[in-house]
Design a protein around this ligand. Structure first.
Ligand code: BGO
Length: 258
């Protein structure tokens, strides 16, 4: 089994990679770029863990995004562990909404849970899992908390299959469905359809006159650029999810913070 570790920079990806693999690591470069490629075997298993570069999106605008996206779409890992900084859930879930459009099992590893209480944040992980339709594990890569639960979940048959949820408004969902139906037996149809709507430069060969027409119709209806429409609707969705599972209480500043 191959598992890919995906997350924003500073989400704790390196720390989690080290917790999961111990000293069992191979380091090299990704082909054609000077970006580290780390691979290791997860402790107590035969599962290979591949550390993908830190990214905020699966658009191909940086070398890191290109490497990560190419690996996911072409190498088809069995599972993706999406590590997120639980103390800034809104920003982190932006990447999650894109990963959930893939035809792949995705586990959400909510990292930095050791400092949630100190920051006055409480996250109901069951509610989050129900809303996103994905398995969620609370961890702290720094304190080695929740790591065994994450390994047990990987070894089990209990990873939730992410259902492709309708996260956009009707006109966009209809355009996605229409494009998907024309992609025949391609894998990751929903992901590719959304990227086609975003005028993804790496998918130019799949663009058709019909798709260009659908994009223009949506842009006229919303009076916005298509990438902006999709980004706005992702954030609206994240906001709704957040309201059901996250509570924040103001914490008095400590002497050191002051
Ligand atoms: C420094 N909890 C806490 N509290 N911190 C964590 C956790 C966690 O669960 N996981 C990671 N960190 P990376 P990327 C640092 O380096 O793994 C911390 O980029 C410092 N360094 O220790 O590198 C981790 O690979 C000086 O913090 O993330 C690291 O994704 C002062 O988050 C940072 C304070 O982790 C990024 C922190 C010189």
């Amino acid at each position: 089994m191959r598992v890919a570790l995906v997350g924003n920079q500073n989400s704790g990806k390196t720390s989690l990679f080290n917790c999961l693999t111990g000293s069992n690591q191979k380091v090299g470069n990704w082909p054609g770029v000077t970006i580290d490629r780390k691979e290791g075997v997860i402790k107590g298993t035969e599962t290979i863990l591949v550390d993908l570069p830190g990214i905020y999106s699966l658009s191909p605008y940086t070398s890191e995004e290109e490497v990560s996206r190419k690996y996911i779409l072409e190498e088809n890992p069995d599972v993706i562990i999406n590590i997120v900084d639980a103390t800034s859930l809104e920003r982190s879930l932006y990447l999650t909404t894109q990963l959930l459009e893939l035809d792949c099992q995705v586990i959400l590893a909510l990292n930095m849970c050791d400092i949630l209480e100190k920051k006055g944040i409480s996250i109901d992980e069951k509610e989050l899992s129900k809303n996103l339709h994905m398995s969620v594990v609370k961890i702290s890569a720094l304190k080695n908390m929740g790591i065994q639960e994450l390994i047990n979940l990987l070894k089990s048959e209990e990873i939730l299959d992410n259902k492709h949820q309708k996260i956009y408004e009707d006109p966009i969902e209809k355009a996605i469905e229409k494009i998907s139906s024309q992609l025949n037996d391609l894998k990751h149809k929903r992901f590719i359809s959304v990227k086609l709507l975003e005028r993804d430069p790496l998918l130019k060969d799949k663009e058709t006159e019909n798709i260009r027409h659908d994009i223009t119709e949506c842009e006229q209806a919303y009076q916005l650029d298509m990438e902006q429409i999709i980004a706005n609707q992702r954030y609206l969705y994240i906001d709704k999810v957040k309201q059901t599972c996250l509570t924040k209480t103001p914490v008095p500043e400590s002497g050191t913070d002051k």
